[in-house]
Design a protein around this ligand. Structure first.
Ligand code: ZN
Length: 496
């Protein structure tokens, strides 16, 4: 979906990546054609050697990363950028270079700074392969609550002689690290526990088979109290003849008590499904996309919308289908324009549906901001083309000095954003293909533009309008329209 473009900033762009990077590329070629005519002893030695090489590469990345961080901050200081803005976007540059999310980029940057500035022995162990990047991350994490001076002591005690780490599993390494950290500064460990408590929260994420995980990160006594209450309720219900399993009763009770509903299945939901009309009406297998969840199978959508249930009962789920997007050609979502500075709700929802998750390459965080690709102050328009969905961190990084972005179009017509970082590297992100990108070559409802159905009714003149220039058979159209209206009449039940 994403590709790294060519560097475009004449001040920093170089066709030649530099002698060391070129040598690294030649090692890659050598490894790609590795001689496999080896004895088993040679195989083991090579596997070990390559593992050491990965650790050594991680150590080199850490050193280079801190150099980039220092150089970028120095440059911004000279340019008069306020101190609190000097580190903006650096983690995102590291992330783009390493092809990971900005959050992970921030972790790599933090690891690099800790190793280079405060943990020279651990860095040395990483350089020689005695410590892997993952185990170095564990040590940095476990010493994060210490002062710089204590961390230097921690590093010396644990890593001065890397042979002591030999044979320790990750759990043993963490336990020894915790022991030293607690001895050096018990108070900081207590503070850290308190901080952990302040980070309590509830989250939801997709699970396989159109299920979801609802997770509460809670202090131990509260987590146990919730579990025990649900458990007690399940025992009582089972004792009075409830035939559901304990797990089912606990899950249903959780939903009922949190939402205040009488029955767990009586949910009132608002969904914003992106799907083709063929999936809705025609028995097509093209999956749909449920923002905030992900791809969902066609049959599940139809069951949800038509009230079907595995046991044939009629669930009282009320569903409010907010919007139905479909495309004239089936290859892209329909766009809407506006002159307003802030994206109006309809346009913001469109961009969210088009982009699905944060548009930064490698970042799949939920969209929190509808961002002007070219800023409004620089003449950027509030149109679907010039808007993109970004997470909070990426929106912040994009505003850092030296970053710029422009909307473009991918060869297949999909929306694209080209972002150039201060180093002059350009990264392109292409909007994901909507459902139904390869429609059958026949007149169908996907030849119709359906938008703002829930909010504005069926378009100008009270009817949906076929796209000009497409072959149009009014009898087929009216017939399909009647079917669609029938289906929508069942679906469009407003929420409270
Ligand atoms: Zn992001």
């Amino acid at each position: 979906m994403f590709d790294r473009g060519t560097a475009t900033d004449p001040r920093t762009a170089t066709a030649d990546p530099g002698p060391l990077a070129a040598r690294v590329a030649s090692w890659m070629l050598e490894l790609a054609e590795v001689d496999r005519d080896l004895t088993d002893a040679e195989q083991i030695d090579l596997i070990r050697g390559l593992e050491d090489l990965k650790a050594g590469a991680a150590a080199a990345q850490a050193r280079i990363t801190t150099d980039l961080d220092a150089a970028r901050q120095d440059q911004r200081a000279r340019e008069g950028v306020p101190a609190e803005r000097r580190s903006a976007g650096i983690a995102s540059e590291v992330a783009l270079a390493r092809r990971v999310s900005p959050v992970r980029g921030g972790q790599h940057l933090g690891l690099a700074k800790a190793l280079v500035h405060e943990m020279p022995h651990a860095l040395c162990a990483l350089t020689t392969g005695a410590l892997s990047e993952w185990r170095a991350t564990l040590l940095v994490r476990e010493s994060a609550c210490l002062t710089r001076a204590d961390r230097i002591t921690f590093d010396a005690e644990l890593c001065r002689d890397p042979s002591t780490l030999q044979g320790w599993g990750d759990q043993r390494l963490i336990a020894e690290a915790k022991k030293i950290a607690y001895r050096l500064d018990a108070q900081s460990v207590v503070r850290r526990n308190r901080k952990a408590e302040s980070e309590r929260h509830v989250s939801v994420r997709p699970a396989p088979d159109t299920m979801s995980y609802l997770t509460g990160l809670l202090p131990v006594p509260q987590g146990i109290a919730v579990y025990a209450a649900l458990s007690r309720r399940a025992d009582e219900a089972r004792a009075s003849g409830d035939t559901r399993s304990r797990g089912q009763i606990m899950a249903d009770t959780l939903v009922e008590r949190v939402t205040g509903q009488t029955r767990a299945c009586d949910v009132r939901i608002e969904i914003q499904l992106v799907m083709t009309d063929r999936t809705l009406l025609g028995g097509d297998d093209e999956p749909g996309y449920l923002p905030g969840y992900g791809t969902v199978p066609a049959e599940w959508i139809r069951d949800l919308l038509t009230g079907g249930d595995e046991d044939g009962s009629d669930p009282s789920t009320e569903i409010w289908l907010r919007r139905l997007y479909t495309s004239p050609s089936g290859s892209e979502l329909v766009s809407m324009d506006s002159k307003a500075r802030r994206a109006p709700a309809g346009l913001a929802r469109f961009v969210t549906a088009r982009d699905r998750t944060c548009r930064t390459p490698w970042c799949d965080a939920p969209i929190r901001h509808i961002d002007h690709v070219q800023s409004h102050a620089d003449g950027g328009e509030t149109t679907a083309d010039n808007l993109q969905g970004l997470c909070e961190a990426c929106n912040y990084a994009k505003q850092a000095p030296g970053w710029r972005a422009s909307p473009t179009t991918a060869p297949d017509g999909r929306h694209q954003v080209a972002s150039t970082t201060p180093s002059g590297h350009t990264y392109r992100s292409t909007a994901p293909p909507p459902p139904g990108v390869d429609p059958p070559d026949q007149m169908n409802l996907d030849d119709l533009l359906l938008r703002d159905l829930a909010e504005h009714g069926p378009g100008p003149g009270g009817r949906w309008t076929p796209i000009p220039g497409r072959p149009f058979d009014s009898a087929v159209f009216e017939g399909e329209l009647a079917g669609l209206e029938l289906a929508l009449a069942r679906i469009l039940t407003p929420v409270g």
